[in-house]
Design a protein. Structure first.
Length: 500
């Protein structure tokens, strides 16, 4: 029997009324298991109105009340880890252990939000002039929105709304319609934790819902994670409507392997970072740049490890990699591999014909490894978002860094080396927002901020950490003078105030 996913508005499940529905497929079987309501503009208006009404009291609530609820929320999320992860596996397809890791990384930001009291402390300067004090404070924006991708249906929403509501905002979440169930469970648990009705709302939908949020006059800010073309659209449209925007786009993350590197460690890292979660990560390593004469040996080691990866349903504990999210996406990923040889690459591993016995209808693809890839090929230029690893060759460190910096993307990058001087030089010279030194996926911990450069980020703020707090608040400076009780009125003075 097909399950139905409705919206979550004003603290309760609200049936969709648009008459439009989207299919949700189990990627391991190809069977449609769920239908999700796709919101109309009027339904988005209802969610924003609920958030606006809740902001009237939530925006002035005490920090103690907010953090108390978030502590309870954190405990509920911890208790329901397996349930959340099971929903992710059922609709996204990633293996259960990977889904649990996603929940754990989202919990980091909930924990950061629990300590928001220290992040929201203002500044005070006393006696800047005779009996004059100046204070800087941060206040919430109002109603804010988040538009999140299919590849992390729990983690990315948790990168947004916990900090937003901790700062005193109310939130409207528009998750991916491809795997919507986790978002509803996150909202239900928040309600159980005591979050007042309307503070967190979930509307499901497609471009209609997105455009309604971008245009709504009561939405003060929009957070987005997704592809670069959509990130550009979100940033341009929302900014034109006077909103604050952080729009995180796509990536082509490079891993530079220097001749002195531990090649076994580099090969382990490349396989983990390229093929984990079937490559459906914005922080996946999709291009390895081998410097000097190590290329052949490194490719052989990567191939040896990749051939041992077990592919199967995410519910099978033996599976190390699951299927792709949709059949259409699987076919698109496969096209880069089938067309690689004609564009000059050496196809070391071709995973396009992979199937899983008993699950032939699933969206399966195997691991692909392309060597000697040129920078003008489709497989290199495009964000494939699948288990395809490209290897490029460079004669020198300088050539490798120049190759990386020529990429229009600047999300994450890594260097593998035993030379501390080379590593230090790399982290200063490479043009990317997140850098790993012998770490293949340099996703920052929660109290630092996540975000790239160039076409990987549109807007001035990275996500979570200090940048997240600043994004969801705005500064105000208050200058105060209290005359001493013994003073007589000073009279009118038309001169500009001085600081003496």
């Amino acid at each position: 029997m097909t399950k139905t996913v409705h919206h979550w508005i004003g603290g309760k499940s609200v049936e969709g009324t648009s008459g439009n529905w989207g299919p949700v497929t189990d990627p391991a079987t190809g069977v449609v298991t769920t239908r999700v309501a796709l919101a109309s503009t009027e339904e988005v208006d209802t969610a924003v109105a609920a958030a606006k009404a809740a902001y009237a009291t939530w925006g002035t609530s005490s920090l103690a009340q907010r953090t108390g609820i978030l502590f309870h929320y954190r405990a509920l999320l911890d208790a329901h880890r397996d349930e959340i992860a099971a929903l992710i596996t059922a609709e996204h397809g990633k293996v259960h252990s990977d889904a649990l890791g996603e929940v754990a990384r989202g919990l980091e930001i909930v924990e950061l939000a629990c300590g928001i009291t220290t992040q929201l402390k203002g500044e005070l300067s006393t006696q800047v002039s005779s009996r004059v004090d100046v204070a800087s404070i941060r206040q919430p924006l109002g109603v804010v929105a988040g538009i999140t991708p299919f590849n992390f249906p729990a983690m990315v929403p948790m990168w947004m709304f916990p900090l937003a509501v901790a700062c005193g905002n109310t939130f409207v979440l528009k998750p991916s319609e491809k795997d919507p169930s986790a978002a509803n469970l996150l909202a239900e648990l928040a309600s159980q934790a005591g979050l007042p009705d309307g503070v967190l709302n979930v509307v499901h939908g497609d471009k209609v819902a997105v455009d309604a949020l971008l245009a709504h006059p009561d939405v003060a800010a929009v957070s987005f994670v997704g592809s670069t073309p959509i990130a550009k659209y979100i940033h341009t449209t929302a900014s034109a409507n006077g909103k604050r925007v952080q729009a995180l786009g796509g990536a082509k993350n490079h891993m530079l392997v220097l001749p002195d590197a531990d090649l076994d460690a580099a090969a382990d890292a490349a396989v983990s970072a390229a093929y984990g979660s079937a490559g459906e990560r914005c922080m996946a390593i999709s291009a390895v740049v081998a410097v000097g004469a190590i290329g052949d040996e490194l490719v052989a080691k990567i191939r040896e490890r990749a051939e041992k990866i077990t592919i199967g349903p995410g519910t099978d504990p033996a599976s190390e990699m699951g299927p792709l999210i949709t059949a259409a996406h699987r076919d698109k990923v496969a096209s880069y591999v089938t067309g690689a040889a004609a564009q000059g690459a050496e196809v070391v591993l071709d995973g396009t014909g992979h199937t899983v016995a008993g699950h032939e209808g699933g969206h399966w693809i195997g691991l692909s490894l392309l060597d000697k890839v040129s920078t003008d090929s489709d497989a290199y230029r495009d964000e494939i978002f699948g288990p395809v690893l490209c290897v490029l060759r460079a004669d020198t460190y300088e050539e490798g860094v120049r190759l990386i910096n020529d990429s229009p993307y600047g999300n994450g990058t890594a260097v593998f080396t035993r030379d501390g001087g080379a590593a230090r030089r790399f982290q200063l010279e490479v043009q990317a927002g997140m850098v790993g030194v012998n770490v293949p996926i340099p996703v920052p911990v929660g109290y630092h901020s996540f975000g790239g450069w160039k076409d990987s980020l549109f807007g001035d703020h990275h996500i979570y950490g200090n940048d997240g707090v600043h994004f969801y608040t705005r500064g105000k400076v208050v200058t105060t003078r209290w005359p001493d009780p013994s003073e007589t009125p000073a009279g009118v003075d038309l001169g500009f105030p001085t600081s003496r």
